[in-house]
Design a protein around this ligand. Structure first.
Ligand SMILES: CC(C)(COP(=O)(O)OP(=O)(O)OC[C@H]1O[C@@H](n2cnc3c(N)ncnc32)[C@H](O)[C@@H]1OP(=O)(O)O)[C@@H](O)C(=O)NCCC(=O)NCCS
Length: 252
C-alpha cells in the first residue's frame, strides 16, 4: 500500500496493464456515481437487498455508516500494529482501500466500483445445505467472535463494477490484488466463501480465475430475493495454502 504524497490518502495500484487503476478508501464525492451505479440494472440484477430506486440518501448513509467507518477503523488497526513495540504484527479486520478508480490521462479519476471482504455472519450459506439452522447460527456467532488474524475465520467477498468498465479483466485483477497484497498478509485471511446469483457467470468466472472452487447451487431456500424474485445462489470457496497457491477448500 502507498500513501498519496499530496492528499495523504492510502492507495493500492493494480498491476500493468491496469496500472491506471487505483484502489482507495471511499470518498464523500463517490455518492453520485455510486447512486447511478446502484440504479443500473446491469449491476443491480446481481446484487441482493438493495432499495429500489436507490437514492442519494441511501448512498450517503452507506458511505457514512458503513464503508467510511470500517475503512477508517481498519486504518487505525494498521497504525496500531505499526506502533506496536512488542514485535508481534497485529492483523487488521478488513480493507482500508475498497473503491477502484480509473485515473484518466488528465489526472482526473472515475469511480468504477467497490469490493469488500467481511466475516461471514451467514454460515448457513458457507457450510452448505446439510447443516441445521441452529448449528449455522452457532457457527456464525463463533465466526464473528474470533479475534482478527484467526486463520479459522471464514470471510465473504462481494463487489460491483460500473457497466462502463465490464469485460476488461478489472475485477479479476482487483480481487487477485486485494486478496494477495492485503487480505492474506494483513488480515490473515485463509478461508473465503462467496456467492453469485444463478446466471451471473461473469462473477463465477472471476472467482474461478482466482482459485475459488465451485461447491454447489443453493436453491431458493435462503430467502435470497432480488426485485421481488427469489433467486438461486452459486456458492464457491477458496482456501490459502502456505505454498502460496489457493486450493479447493474443505467446507468453509
Ligand atoms: C461480475 C463482474 C464483477 C465482473 O467484473 P469484470 O471486471 O467485468 O470481470 P472480468 O472482465 O475480470 O472477467 C469476466 C470473465 O467472465 C467472463 N464472462 C462474462 N460474461 C460471461 C457470461 N455470460 N458467461 C460466461 N462467462 C462470462 C468473461 O469472458 C471473463 O472471463 P475470461 O477472462 O476467461 O474471458 C461485473 O460484471 C459486475 O460488477 N457485475 C454487476 C455486479 C455483480 O455481479 N457483482 C458481483 C456479485 S457476486
Amino acid at each position: 500500500m502507498f500513501i498519496n504524497a499530496t492528499t495523504h490518502e492510502p492507495y493500492i495500484r493494480l498491476p500493468h496493464p491496469l496500472s491506471n487503476f487505483i484502489v482507495t478508501p471511499p470518498r464523500d464525492s463517490d455518492v453520485e456515481a455510486f447512486t447511478l451505479q446502484m440504479n443500473d440494472p446491469n449491476v443491480t440484477t446481481w446484487l441482493s437487498s438493495l432499495p429500489s430506486p436507490y437514492l442519494l440518501e441511501h448512498a450517503r448513509e452507506r458511505l457514512d455508516t458503513f464503508t467510511k467507518k470500517y475503512t477508517a477503523q481498519h486504518l487505525a488497526e494498521l497504525e496500531a500494529a505499526a506502533d506496536d513495540q512488542s514485535g508481534r504484527s497485529g492483523a487488521v479486520g478488513g480493507l482500508v482501500t475498497n473503491t477502484v478508480r480509473e485515473v484518466l490521462e488528465d489526472g482526473s479519476e472515475v469511480m468504477a466500483g467497490t469490493l469488500w471482504f467481511r466475516r461471514s455472519g451467514e454460515m448457513r450459506v458457507c457450510v452448505g445445505a446439510d447443516v441445521t439452522a441452529e448449528e449455522a447460527e452457532r457457527l456464525s456467532k463463533e465466526n464473528l467472535a474470533r479475534p482478527n488474524g484467526d486463520p479459522e475465520i471464514v470471510w465473504m467477498y462481494g463487489n460491483h463494477l460500473a457497466t462502463s468498465h465490464h469485460g476488461r479483466g478489472i475485477t479479476t485483477v482487483l480481487l487477485r490484488t486485494l486478496l494477495h497484497e492485503w487480505a492474506v498478509p494483513r488480515m490473515g485471511v485463509r478461508k473465503m466463501s462467496a456467492g453469485a446469483i444463478q446466471g451471473n457467470e461473469a462473477s463465477v468466472r472471476v472467482m474461478q480465475k482466482n482459485g475459488f472452487k465451485y461447491r454447489e447451487l443453493l436453491e431458493n431456500e435462503r430467502g435470497l430475493v432480488v426485485n421481488g424474485v427469489a433467486k438461486n445462489l452459486h456458492m464457491l470457496e477458496w482456501e490459502f495454502d502456505e505454498a502460496g497457491s489457493s486450493t479447493a477448500g474443505s467446507r468453509c
